[in-house]
Design a protein around this ligand. Structure first.
Ligand SMILES: NC(=O)C1=CN([C@@H]2O[C@H](COP(=O)(O)OP(=O)(O)OC[C@H]3O[C@@H](n4cnc5c(N)ncnc54)[C@H](OP(=O)(O)O)[C@@H]3O)[C@@H](O)[C@H]2O)[C@@H](O)CC1
Ligand SMILES: Nc1ncnc2c1ncn2[C@@H]1O[C@H](COP(=O)(O)OP(=O)(O)O)[C@@H](O)[C@H]1O
Ligand SMILES: [Mg+2]
Length: 287
């Protein structure tokens, strides 16, 4: 099986041209963070901001706004009960990342319904965590209009969605499930574990991540990755290489911290990303 290598970072991460502005680096909307899971949406926001997203909006429970803004004033806020606001905002975005701490309440389902009904063909949708748990129960919630869809389940979330028990999640079975779930979409599966795999449904390619460590087994680590994936999709072409680079960078940052620390806090991992991205962008792809 093909492993992701460090070259992928140099290939994907581009040096920024002078003549550019925030709109060139992705307009992202993150949807999630119920009254119980405010931390999840904040960690995803930090993943997105620290991986270079140009503009970040966050639709979340209003209880989370003070914490969000005190940590990340770069992010704009929308109360997720504001249905008209959500419907207006979604079409203006390049990437929508939904599910981190979304929960499985009525309002969580409403957010997914609005996303499904409002998303445009040219947008990328990243689905994580509770969004996948909800879709597992009700497939009509899949946002079918989006041309590019990325799902980022851990093994149990994938079991719920695909009905494949964890021990039977082989590449062949996973591709078959992707074809059944997303018959006419260009879907990517980021199947998270200690050796995360990235699947490209269209080309039937799969890459495995060789990095990562048990210090990363900390709540919020996947929420952070969803934000990074959103950040990369907003800046670089949405394809297998870009997704693999996001996964690799996340684990590389985790490994750097793990060298000298027993645990890796997701917020510390996020804070390291700008420095690592600078290093791998230098002298490359400037236009
Ligand atoms: N600070 C916050 O706000 C945080 C909020 N969060 C939000 O919480 C919501 C629920 O998400 P969730 O992932 O915590 O719960 P769920 O979907 O029930 O999965 C757990 C079950 O799956 C099993 N399992 C098997 N294999 C596994 C694997 N490889 N990786 C992981 N689990 C694996 C696992 O097995 P066990 O641990 O019992 O052995 C357990 O039975 C979601 O919205 C999320 O965003 C969290 O991100 C944390 C920080
Ligand atoms: N033992 C491990 N080795 C390598 N990576 C790990 C390990 N445990 C967890 N991770 C990584 O941490 C993330 C966990 O994601 P997830 O379970 O969705 O977390 P959360 O929902 O709490 O944010 C994944 O990217 C996974 O690859
Ligand atoms: Mg998760």
């Amino acid at each position: 099986m093909a492993e992701i290598s460090q070259d992928i970072l140099k290939n994907v991460i581009k040096e920024r041209p002078s003549a550019s502005h925030k709109g060139d680096y992705g307009k992202l909307l993150l949807i999630g963070g119920s009254s119980h899971y405010g931390g999840a949406i904040i960690m995803a926001t930090e993943g997105a901001l620290n991986s270079g997203a140009g503009l970040v909006c966050v639709a979340t429970h209003n209880l989370n706004v003070t914490a969000l803004h005190s940590r990340d004033p770069e992010a704009m806020f929308l109360d997720w009960r504001d249905e008209a606001g959500l419907k207006q905002l979604i079409p203006q975005m390049n990437v929508i990342i939904c599910g981190m701490g979304l929960g499985v309440e009525q309002q969580s389902i409403k957010c997914l319904e609005i996303l499904r009904d409002t998303v445009q063909e040219n947008q990328t949708v990243v689905l994580d965590a509770s969004a996948l748990t909800l879709i597992a129960k009700d497939k009509t919630l899949i946002p079918r209009n989006a041309k590019k869809i990325v799902i980022t389940p851990h093994q149990m979330e994938w079991e719920r969605l695909s009905q494949i028990r964890i021990n039977y999640q082989t590449d062949a079975a996973n591709f078959e499930a992707l074809d059944n779930l997303f018959p006419k979409q260009n879907a990517y599966l980021v199947l998270k574990s200690n050796h995360t795999k990235v699947y490209d449904q269209m080309d039937h390619q799969v890459l495995v991540n060789p990095l990562g460590n048990p210090g990363m087994a900390t709540g919020g680590m996947g929420d952070t990755l969803a934000g990074i994936i959103g950040g990369f999709c907003g800046q670089f072409s949405v394809n297998l290489q870009t997704l693999a680079a996001a996964v690799y960078l996340h684990s590389l940052a985790g490994d750097v911290i793990f060298e000298e620390n027993y645990v890796v806090r997701p917020t510390k991992l996020s804070a390291l990303l700008p420095k690592l991205m600078k290093k791998y962008s230098e002298g490359k792809n400037k236009n």
